[in-house]
Write a protein that binds this ligand. Structure first.
Ligand code: ZL4
Ligand code: CA
Ligand code: ZN
Length: 396
């Protein structure tokens, strides 16, 4: 019996719909919605649902989707039929518009439902924050940060984050968006390029020639046109392969504490893409669940209302492990899960963890070959200094 109980003094809410799990991008496509099944399974088998308000979310409506996206795009998304046969990757259908139907953003059965369910869960999380009915709202089905107003991009069709932040802005003066997915949060950054009410901060692997989407250089801080209030409100932290927990944590805390001090956000939107973990199929960082989740812990301790979104993550068992652990961080019960996370493959330790008389599932962290660390400390210091300089232009 783990004795998971509700946190004292604040509320955590969990926003989920099983409809999202069942969609398939295609057999070998890296994005696997069933990683959400694994995550939910860990969360419930540890009894964490007893410590949260659990909401079964509905799909976002057409009107909610067009709060950010163009009507043309949403109409098209709703009308495209899934391809009868898998598309030839070298010959994506030239008739298809809005970057839909290629190998990154395929058309599949139930696509519109998948997109609107993801948007609906994130919007529900935002609404609970606005109504002060939740202090930390968890929406692991969201976090699809690449989608543009009129374009699908990088496995993302509907930008649930932008839709949720627009909702937060109805009540909160300033929103800080933080993105720890290994990819640059370009869609969210672009959506708020001209706003001084949203500051975006993305940590990502940056290599304009070889790594998607190729944007997010240190110097890119929002268009510096004469009357753009959003200038200096985009912060980018470009990184290289192999970054470690110690370095990432060091950088995250220095960058985020400065942003919070200067910008004084009333809400935080944290995209927790798990492709920044070691052993990811697409990412090449060396982060463990410990390092990744320390970002969630750090933000939680700021005491600012927060939404946790999912995002990337292509080694499904690692994704589930990270997001379940981060759910435990949200409810302040991470020590109950610590041993299964800190000790990767020692079978005997598993027996210690029981809940309602059942053995708890233990999902080992798959690390793969450690990546060579290509992040000299000198580079990281330069990043912190650049951020300090940018923030001189920012006033709360
Ligand atoms: C795949 O195996 O870098 C898609 C995509 C489909 C199945 C069979 C087709 C094989 C890797 C990726 C050919 C695939 C060719 N299948 C993919 C420039 C690219 C053009 C497309 O985490 N090819 C594009 C997008 C990135 C590119 C990353 C991250 C999302 C997020 C938030 C999006 N696109 C080169 C790649 C496969 C596939 C195998 C793939 N695509 C890896 N990286 C990309 O930030 C959710
Ligand atoms: Ca990122
Ligand atoms: Zn990613």
């Amino acid at each position: 019996e783990l004795g998971i109980t509700a946190p004292k003094g604040y509320d955590v809410s969990f926003h989920y719909n099983v409809q999202m799990e069942k969609h398939h991008f295609g057999q070998t496509h890296p994005m696997k919605p069933w990683r959400l099944v694994l995550t939910k399974g860990l969360v419930t088998s540890y009894g964490m649902h007893h410590a949260m308000k659990n909401y079964t979310t509905r799909a976002a409506t057409y009107d909610e989707l067009v709060s950010f996206h163009s009507q043309d795009y949403v109409n098209f998304l709703g009308s495209v039929a899934p391809q009868p046969t898998p598309l030839d990757v070298d010959n994506p259908n030239p008739d298809l518009r809005f970057n839909l139907g290629g190998s990154d953003c395929p058309l599949f059965e139930g696509l519109y439902d998948y997109c609107s369910q993801s948007g609906g869960a994130s919007l529900d999380a935002a609404r609970k924050l606005c109504a002060k009915q939740s202090d930390i709202a968890v929406a692991w089905g969201g976090g699809l940060h690449h989608a543009k107003r009129s374009e699908a991009s990088g496995f993302c069709y509907i930008n649930d984050i932008v839709i949720a932040i627009l909702q937060l802005l109805r009540v909160h003066k300033r929103v800080l968006y933080i993105d720890i997915d290994v990819h640059h949060g370009d869609g969210v950054e672009e959506a708020f390029f001209s706003s001084d009410r949203v500051m975006t901060v993305s940590f990502h692997k940056y290599d304009p020639h070889t790594f998607f989407p190729g944007t997010g250089a240190l110097e890119d801080n929002g268009p510096k046109s004469e009357h753009n209030p959003g200038a200096h409100h985009a912060i980018n932290v470009p990184l290289n392969d192999g970054i470690t927990d110690e370095q990432y944590q060091w950088l995250f805390e220095r960058v985020i504490s400065q942003c919070v001090q200067k910008f004084q956000p009333e809400a935080i939107a944290l995209q927790c893409g798990a492709d920044s973990l070691a052993g990811d199929r697409l990412g090449k960082f060396n982060l463990l669940v410990q390092g990744h989740s320390s970002c969630v812990d750090f933000c939680k301790k700021l005491g600012i209302p927060m939404i946790l979104f999912g995002g990337g993550g292509y080694t499904p068992r690692n994704v589930a492990r990270a997001w379940a652990y981060e759910t435990a961080v949200a409810i302040g019960q991470e020590e109950k899960m610590a041993s299964t996370v800190y000790i990767p493959d020692h079978a005997p330790y598993r027996q210690r963890f029981e809940y309602d008389g059942h053995l708890l599932p233990s999902i080992e962290q798959i690390l793969g070959e450690p990546r060579q660390n290509r992040n000299p400390q000198k580079k990281l210091l330069e990043i912190v200094q650049h951020v300090t300089e940018q923030l001189r232009f920012v006033a709360a």
